[in-house]
Design a protein around this ligand. Structure first.
Ligand code: AMP
Ligand code: ZN
Length: 460
């Protein structure tokens, strides 16, 4: 079976075929570093990581760029509130983000790009759009994208009809434009010309750049066009993000990028669905969110969250409840225990299971079915422990649950000493003493199991 991804642009599952067969070029909209991301946000990064791991598993090289939005309305607003420079403020949350993705076992992208390092590239795209008449300067010096001039505007979220009607008006009368919106975030029923460059005003304080476009700062959408195209070329294979990024962010990215280059910007758009709480989207603004710190405060391993998400397809909504997460952690601990019991030898990967696993994932990342293979391997009575171990490690290249970090725990010296004493008592047929020692060992959390070829120490 060929690898298939659901492409939001075409609303179809399509065979995956990269533009350059040697290397897949992938871009993920990263966090706005103004706060701790909530666990809903992490679904977007775990999903992108899974897609990337599947590509690597299929043998592709992957160049993966993830941006860090370190200048926008929110970062400016909140850095001012805390009386910190934009840099100091965003660097703090960037470091916290790095720690979080490590704890979720998310592979480090080929490169993280900070928006503030790409101002020149943004200016260049905006200049091209001005030259082509696709953008204009407003009275205050801000620059807007003229969506009335873009016949394809709305193709990602399917707004064709509305735009065609209005753009005809705009063509008849070039001065008749859509309204303008300076804010980065707005709803679909509020389609307007959006800001590429925001002229400085006093709310921006000391956050501005003096450029050929004037004194100001970029809009949020242009940041991603500049960072993706500078690193991955004018046409990329995969662009990921949460479904709420489709509009206006990704629609605007397409408009700007394709407007500037005349080429298709992204071949496969992939979006994850929401994490809900009480059936409502988890979000900062609704104040119904949890962070990874809430998990660790309850002694829940962040990997249990990853595991829980893998139990659902990335395109289905999932409702977060603590019970479900705790259940996932119990199951995960059981898997880790089973893995520990496999011993130290690593044998050969079972190709039959590997094939089935791959087949499920090739169907638009069907992780729930892929997970069943993991359980099947542990349950298989005809496989050696060593081969099971090799197969689990192989599957984990995609699942990212971190089996390779699980080491056989060392039995404490104290317990070993008691076990030795018990062994001596048994040899001397002092069964009373040997039973007493067994109880003592048990009170320390260990059990000695006798067998025909000696004994085994197990943690209870
Ligand atoms: P933001 O920092 O707001 O741009 O969000 C970062 C990523 O998280 C984006 O890809 C969003 O689409 C995604 N996202 C935000 N809220 C949720 C949610 N409740 N469930 C899943 N993904 C989300
Ligand atoms: Zn983006």
């Amino acid at each position: 079976m060929a690898l298939k991804f659901y492409n939001t642009l075409t609303r179809e599952k399509e065979d995956f075929s990269p533009i350059d067969p040697k290397e897949v070029r992938m871009y993920t909209c990263g966090p706005t570093v103004y706060n701790y991301p909530h666990i809903g946000n992490y679904r977007a990064y775990i999903f992108a990581d899974t897609a990337k791991r599947v590509l690597l598993y299929e043998g592709y090289e992957v160049k993966h760029i993830m941006n860090l939005t370190d200048v926008d309305d929110k970062t400016i607003r909140d850095s001012q509130k805390e009386g910190k420079s934009l840099k100091e403020f965003t660097e703090f949350y960037t470091e916290e983000f790095f720690k979080d993705i490590k704890s979720l076992n998310i592979l480090t992208p080929t490169k993280f790009t900070k928006a503030t390092d790409y101002i020149d590239e943004m200016v260049n795209i905006i200049k091209k759009l001005l030259e082509k008449g696709l953008a204009y300067k407003s009275e205050d010096g801000s620059i807007y994208f003229d969506i009335g001039k873009d016949k394809e505007y709305g193709k990602l979220v399917r707004l064709e009809k509305k735009i065609t009607v209005t753009s005809e008006c705009a063509l008849e009368n070039p001065e008749k434009r859509f309204g303008r919106i300076k804010s980065d975030e707005y709803e679909k029923d509020n389609i307007q010309d959006f800001a590429l460059w925001k002229a400085w005003d006093e709310n921006d304080g000391d956050v501005f750049w003096e450029t050929e476009l004037g004194k100001g700062r970029p809009g949020w959408h242009i940041e991603c066009s500049a960072m993706s195209m500078s690193n991955l070329g004018e046409s990329l294979d995969i662009h990921t993000g949460g479904i709420d990024n489709m509009f206006p962010h990704h629609e605007n990215e397409i408009a700007q990028s394709e407007g500037a280059t005349g080429k298709q910007f992204v071949k496969y758009w992939m979006h994850n669905e929401w994490v809900l709480v009480d059936q409502k989207k988890m979000s900062k603004s609704a104040k119904n969110f949890y962070t990874l710190r809430d998990l660790t405060d309850k002694n829940i391993n962040p990997i249990a969250y990853r595991f829980w998400l893998l139990m659902a397809n990335y395109r289905t909504r999932v409702n977060f409840v603590w019970d479900a997460l705790e259940g996932a952690e119990v199951a995960l601990k059981r898997l880790f225990r089973l893995y520990k019991d496999l011993g130290n030898d690593i044998g050969t990967v079972n190709v039959k299971y590997q094939q089935k696993f791959k087949e499920y994932l090739e169907d638009d990342l069907d992780t729930p079915r892929a997970l069943t293979i993991l359980w099947d391997v542990f349950k298989d009575e005809n496989m050696s422990n060593a081969d099971k171990k090799a197969t689990v490690l192989d599957l984990d290249k995609v699942l990212g649950l971190g089996f390779e970090n699980i080491k056989e725990e060392e039995t404490p010296e104290k317990v070993l000493k008691l076990v030795k004493e018990r062994e001596d008592a048994r040899i001397n047929k002092d069964f009373k003493k040997s039973d007493e020692l067994r109880d003592k060992i048990k009170s320390l959390g260990y059990e000695v199991k006798d067998s025909s070829d000696g004994y085994k120490i197990e943690k209870i």
